[in-house]
Design a protein around this ligand. Structure first.
Ligand code: TXA
Ligand code: MG
Length: 350
């Protein structure tokens, strides 16, 4: 299959290109599109044979449900039932935006799309191309991150192409995304709302708007194996680069010294070593591939660059990666959630 990449300028959206992609969706085919978080791999959410194609293309386990993307609030009622007041309060505050809500599903949503669950995850993305595509197609779009299962999520159309060249017909390309990590997922089917995946919208932001406590799924706060995370996707090893990734935490000088010492040891064994540091530290390292994720106090930049760094390390075919750790004040929890999973929870305190 030939994979077309269409560049779309978000300030002047070419409706003809969107129309072409919308037709593909109407025909039950897959289209990759930008959102503000990461690129998504879209299909008509209400047709089982369309969403099945997503699982096949990604190599995704069939019990890992998909998020449905909508462009109008009224569409919420087509796919969810028993919608609590909290959902409308959160939609008013955060939609369109990087927040996904888990609600009871309606009979319109096939179990293929929800991985067999009787709940459905819904989000309204804050990206003009995504919204235009949903509107023009007249479909609600099931869309996971547009990466092959287990690969880092795509933050640019090139990343999508790397994983799906020859496998999907169309990629809409609006350049690099603005956030870089996937949406926060909140489950509203429990008495107390529960965060199933941390993201750009923090627990504090959610509890402030709701005027009540918001829990964090205990399953995502500790290494895999102890408590089972409620979101199936959070149970799988994920976001993994090919190389072994080790996080190093401590004061700046000790971290730099430790990584440099480890790097020398690995290089003596003939290994190619990658290092992920910050603008403040990169010049102090001596690895084979040294990347800066951004300035340490710019947590938005850290989130935005994270997955591209991991992909770059894969492309450079390093055999081991040492990375600084980034428990920054606001979205550090979301950043570290992704990085810890990528590292298989290997952290060294120095
Ligand atoms: O930012 C995002 O959310 C991106 C963009 C494309 O919108 N999408 C995304 O989708 O990250 P995906 O498939 O990579 O991750 C969806 C996560 C998985 O962990 C999945 O298990 C969980 O959402 N999920 C989906 N439906 C669920 C449900 N009904 N109950 C619990 N977890 C659910
Ligand atoms: Mg994903």
């Amino acid at each position: 299959m030939n994979t077309d990449i269409f560049k779309i300028n978000i300030k002047q959206i070419d409706k003809k290109l969107i129309e072409y992609a919308a037709k593909k969706l109407q025909n039950g085919e897959l289209v990759a599109f930008p959102t503000e978080t990461v690129y998504g791999l879209g299909a008509d959410a209400l047709r089982p044979e369309a969403s099945e194609k997503i699982y096949a293309a990604k190599g995704r386990p069939s019990d890992n449900p998909l998020i449905i993307h909508i462009a109008e609030l009224s569409d919420l009622e087509r796919i969810a039932v028993d919608i609590p007041e909290d959902a409308y309060i959160l939609a008013e505050a955060f939609w369109p935006g990087p927040l996904t809500m888990v609600l009871k599903k309606s009979s319109a949503v096939p179990f293929t799309t929800t991985g067999g669950m009787d709940t459905v995850a819904v989000r309204m993305p804050e990206h003009p191309v995504a919204l235009e595509l949903i509107r023009q197609s007249g479909c609600l779009l099931a869309a996971p991150s547009a990466n092959r299962s287990g690969r880092p999520s795509p933050t640019s159309a090139e990343h999508v192409y790397e994983d799906f060249q020859g496998i999907i017909p169309v990629i809409l390309d609006s350049g690099s995304v603005s956030i870089g990590i996937e949406s926060t997922i909140i489950d509203l089917t429990e008495t107390t709302p529960m965060i199933l995946r941390p993201g750009y919208i923090t627990p504090d932001m959610l509890s402030e708007i709701l005027g009540k406590e918001v829990k964090m799924d205990p399953g995502i706060l500790e290494p895999e194996g102890k408590t089972r995370p409620k979101a199936p996707g959070m149970r799988y090893k994920h976001y993994a680069p090919n190389a072994d990734l080790l996080l190093v935490d401590g004061d700046r000088k000790s971290v730099v010294d430790f990584i440099n010492q480890k790097t020398r040891e690995q290089q003596e064994l003939g290994k190619k070593v990658g290092i992920i540091g910050t603008d403040e530290t990169v010049s102090q390292y001596c690895g084979d591939i040294i990347l800066s994720i951004g300035a340490r106090d710019d947590e938005d930049a850290i989130a935005r660059h994270l997955y591209a760094m991991l992909r770059e390390m894969d492309a450079a075919q390093v055999s081991i990666i040492y990375s600084e750790s980034f428990l920054t004040p606001r979205i550090g929890q979301a950043i570290m959630n992704r990085l810890l999973k990528a590292a298989g929870y290997q952290v060294l305190e120095v």
